[in-house]
Write a protein that binds this ligand. Structure first.
Ligand SMILES: [Zn+2]
Length: 314
């Protein structure tokens, strides 16, 4: 009788015991050099000397594992003295950094001819991009003055980083689409990827099917939006899908420091679930190509780097 009882207990246990947990291998994660395309240099930030300011910025950059960061300043309308001094500060810090920082200058589109003159001045000083912020600078993306600045920046070879989320202008993505189509030689970076409206950016994926009309001159930058979706598997999946639909070769990493620390932003992008080769494009290769940055020294401890070195050897 006892053996019968044991047999019944074993049979029941076989029914209710949990299935053995399959071994979960996390996707390989990119561990090479990182380029942060969105790192604010706020007015008044820093110590009394350029070197002290640079030391502070370097500490923040390095703590996040960032090899190179694009320093951003924002121009104020009608205050050309302020605009010029902020642009000069970003350029000087970038020069003194020996390649650890590069500079985005800024102008205010409504400053008209003075904005165009400042654009030419900062291009000659070696900035690699122009920052425009429709919310902070309070301009409409569809204004003709914005088109003039965009066209001149394109002629000067400067990428244009737009803050691309406005809670006050629900039609902003459409205006940015029009601008990108009307100025095929300009290169646009859309920061925050539309924020909570990130799926609107899928329109650029649709436009990929029309290569005569759309030159793929738009890059999407992940700051804030990757933090917004963190912790939600469904939103994370939607963001990853949107990036893949547009093309992961058009996606950039940015922290938007000081809104988020680079280490938080890096963790948020790792959590999006891209594979290692996609992460390599997002964290490094796309920005290096877009800004013409010299290749950062590879990190020999990274498995991806070892793999890539072995590939080159073959
Ligand atoms: Zn920003």
């Amino acid at each position: 009788m006892r053996w019968l009882f044991l047999a019944i207990v074993c049979a029941l246990w076989a029914c209710v015991r949990p299935a053995p947990t399959p071994l979960v291998t996390p996707p390989p994660s990119y561990a090479g050099p990182i380029i942060d395309t969105h790192f604010h240099l706020e007015p008044g930030y820093g110590g009394p000397s350029l070197q002290e300011t640079l030391r502070g910025l370097d500490e923040i950059r390095a703590r996040g594992g960032v090899a190179t960061a694009g320093l951003i300043v924002i121009a104020q309308q009608g205050d050309l003295e302020f605009t010029r001094s902020e642009n000069d500060r970003a350029v000087e810090l970038a020069r003194a950094s020996g390649g650890r920082f590069f500079a985005f200058g800024s102008v205010h589109p409504m400053d008209g001819d003075a904005a165009l003159a400042e654009l030419e001045r900062i291009a000659a000083l070696g900035v690699r991009g122009l920052k425009l912020h429709p919310n902070t600078q309070q301009f409409d993306v569809a204004a003709p003055e914005v088109e003039r600045v965009v066209q001149r920046a394109a002629e000067l070879g400067l990428a244009i980083l737009f803050d691309a989320y406005s809670p006050f202008d629900p039609g902003q993505t459409g205006k940015l689409v029009k601008l990108a189509l009307a100025h095929p030689s300009a290169r646009f970076i859309l920061a925050h990827m539309g924020g909570p409206r990130f799926f609107d950016m899928a329109v650029f994926g649709l436009l990929n099917a029309h290569p005569k009309a759309f030159q793929r001159n738009v890059w999407l930058e992940l700051s804030a939006v990757s933090h917004m979706v963190a912790g939600s598997p469904s939103l994370t999946e939607q963001l990853r899908h949107t990036c893949r639909f547009v093309g992961v070769d058009r996606v950039l990493f940015g922290s938007d420091y000081p809104a988020l620390t680079p280490e938080q932003a890096v963790a948020d992008v790792h959590a999006l679930g891209f594979d290692a080769s996609e992460e390599r494009l997002i964290f490094h290769d796309n920005a290096a190509a877009l800004f013409g940055l010299p290749s950062s020294p590879p990190n020999p401890s990274s498995p991806l780097m070892r793999e890539s070195a072995a590939g080159h050897a073959r």
